[in-house]
Design a protein around this ligand. Structure first.
Ligand code: ADP
Ligand code: MG
Length: 243
């Protein structure tokens, strides 16, 4: 419905538009909503609104922080230049502060097992991203092709924990060398993170200092080995449910 809106325009609309209609999402594990955002009569889009107030408490993640992790993931992905997370903002909505993310219409004719074979480069990029942000919940259904033909990834609330928690369906690249162009993106972002006296202050409003340190440590480790890490036989490596 909003194919005529560019991604920068969508970002602005998400930020400044009026939320006129909202309906609860009955799937997913938190109290989230699909909302309509508009500015005037012509510019409108659908978005997924995840209010802090709808977050179900978890034993391992600090309360009321999942919406910030959604946003920090979007920022980090954008800064890497990888752009597979739909435009996301943090703002007030009908249930209070939360994240608002552009709704991407999925192309339901393809599933993950097809994408895994046909879009290896994109899947590798998402795999590397998940390792860096320590994604604890990468399900197969949350990587999809949009009706726009692009590969997108969603649901990044369980990211950036300071302790190792990687749980993902993508274990295809264990111990493979990181592709040179992705490796270069990592080198670039490391420099960027260090530019301001070692403090990535664009992330610090959203994450704890020790979580940012852990992110830097994961980044340095991959830059040192130049490889995707191995499956850890002692850890719970896959999400539940799987898809
Ligand atoms: N940006 C998006 N575009 C399209 N569908 C989305 C988007 N974000 C969420 N969804 C849909 O909403 C469902 C619930 O979202 P999810 O991110 O899994 O919520 P939760 O925070 O509860 O894990 C997803 O399975 C997907 O179907
Ligand atoms: Mg989820």
């Amino acid at each position: 419905m909003h194919s005529e809106i560019s991604l920068p325009e969508a970002l602005k609309l998400l930020h400044d538009g009026e939320i006129s209609r909202w309906e609860p999402l009955f799937w997913g594990s938190n109290g989230n909503f699909i909302v309509e955002v508009h500015e005037g009569d012509e510019r409108r889009l659908l978005a997924i609104y995840k209010p802090r107030s709808g977050e179900r408490p978890l034993w391992d993640f600090p309360r009321g922080t999942l919406y910030k992790r959604e946003y920090a993931s979007y920022l980090f992905c954008t800064l890497l230049g990888w752009n597979f997370i739909p435009p996301t903002v943090i703002r007030e909505g009908p249930r209070g502060i939360g994240s608002l993310q552009l709704y991407i219409e999925p192309d339901l004719t393809v599933d993950y097992s097809t994408l895994q074979k046909k879009h290896v480069e994109e899947i590798q990029r998402i795999c590397l991203f998940d390792i860096l942000v320590n994604n604890a919940d990468r399900k197969a259904g949350h990587i999809f092709r949009g009706t726009d033909g692009k590969i997108w990834a969603i649901d990044h609330g369980l990211t950036f924990h300071a302790e190792p928690k990687l749980r993902t369906v993508i274990w295809d690249f264990c111990n493979h060398p990181a592709p040179p162009e992705l490796f270069r993106d990592l080198q670039k972002i490391l420099k960027h993170l260090h530019r301001r006296e070692g403090t990535p202050d664009w992330l610090s409003p959203w994450l704890e200092a020790r979580e940012i340190e852990a992110l830097l440590a994961r980044l340095r480790r991959i830059l040192k080995t130049g490889r995707f890490p191995n499956f850890d036989p002692r850890a719970r490596n896959i999400p539940w449910p799987f898809d």
